[in-house]
Design a binder for this molecule. Structure first.
Ligand SMILES: [Zn+2]
Length: 344
């Protein structure tokens, strides 16, 4: 039974395309050039027509062909940037390239590497493709910040993700501890032949974080940031989990003593996520540098958490959803360890 479940969920993550995506031809028709992209952004930002932030003037702004991203108020000459508040702000890369990058990232399963993106979009420098992907990943994590554990119990574990050693062989010294929390949801499944209903467990949302080390202190910090107080948590009886009860969690430690079969049985969702994560990292990126690991974890988390909802969207990737909320890009972005320079 366990095997079927794992296969089911593999399908959910790795194989099924995101259904709500626009097909390639439609996308091309919608966004044939930079002007179409800017028009789109402008309509999202000012759905009822341009409004000046400075003087609240409502008339059609001045437009310049030399600076197509800027709209200038007719009354006070204030200049508003169409891309402010999005990942594209101050970028020297064409908006069209950004749109295509977001399109490819949101529709490609299991993801796309910087090298592939560079090739597909004819981006001249590898670094540019890399920075674009990193900014898109930054947008992914911003959309998965709330705590888990309110509705469903959780499985928790610390695993090691192998960075590569210089010789290219996976080595212990280069491995990074990563903490995984997975919601255990239940759903009812009806057998079409017997009509019998059984309850099956499935992995709900996940949280993943690179830890500085495998200690109780690191685990405590993660848990406080990501898990609702009082949540039910199942884990092995490792010393890194010793404070959970003291901190008010309903914690059930289970002794494993390195027994892999028992581990799979007791923490099936953690085993599932770990297997998927490792396959994905190896298959898509062929090894990951330590300093970029959190960005990859964020992308995986984003994809995994959305596999039920289908619409990854393009919109959240470009940060278009925040255009009207008043949250500034800087405010959110400064907290993250990603490049914010203007070089891309
Ligand atoms: Zn004005």
């Amino acid at each position: 039974m366990m095997t079927n479940e794992i296969q089911d969920q593999n399908l959910g993550l790795i194989d099924s395309p995101l259904e709500s995506h626009i097909n390639l031809l439609d996308f091309q028709k919608m966004f044939p050039d930079e002007a179409a992209c800017l028009g789109y952004l402008e309509r999202i930002r000012w759905p009822n027509g341009f409004v000046c932030e400075q003087c609240s003037n409502l008339s059609e702004p001045f437009r310049s062909t030399i600076r197509p991203r800027v709209l200038k108020c007719r009354s006070c000459h204030y200049e508003a940037s169409i891309t402010a508040g999005t990942v594209m702000h101050r970028s020297k890369t064409s908006i069209l390239v950004w749109f295509w990058a977001a399109y490819l990232v949101s529709t490609h399963t299991p993801g796309i590497s910087a090298k592939e993106l560079q090739k597909q979009l004819g981006i001249s420098r590898y670094e540019t493709a890399f920075q674009i992907l990193h900014k898109l990943r930054g947008a992914m994590v911003r959309s998965s910040h709330d705590k888990i554990g309110t509705e469903w119990p959780l499985e928790l574990d610390v695993i090691f993700i192998g960075g590569r050693t210089r010789s290219g062989i996976q080595g212990k010294t280069n491995q990074v501890p990563v903490i995984i929390a997975v919601e255990i949801r239940r759903r009812e499944v009806r057998d079409p032949k017997t009509n019998k209903v059984t309850k099956r467990a499935l992995a709900g949302r996940i949280r993943l974080q690179k830890l500085p080390n495998k200690t109780a202190l690191s685990v405590d910090q993660f848990v406080q940031n990501c898990i609702t107080p009082g949540a039910a948590i199942m884990s092995d009886d490792g010393t890194e989990f010793t404070n959970l009860i003291k901190r008010g969690y309903d914690h059930q430690p289970v002794p494993m003593r390195g027994d892999k079969a028992k581990m799979d049985r007791t923490l099936p969702m953690v085993s599932l996520v770990t297997a998927n994560l490792k396959t994905w990292i190896d298959g898509t990126f062929h090894g990951v540098r330590k300093k970029h690991l959190q960005a990859y974890l964020d992308e995986f988390m984003f994809r995994f958490n959305r596999r039920f909802y289908r619409s990854v969207s393009f919109h959240s990737l470009l940060d278009l959803g925040t255009l009207n909320t008043g949250v500034t890009y800087r405010e959110v972005y400064d907290k993250l360890d990603y490049a914010t320079k203007d070089e891309i």
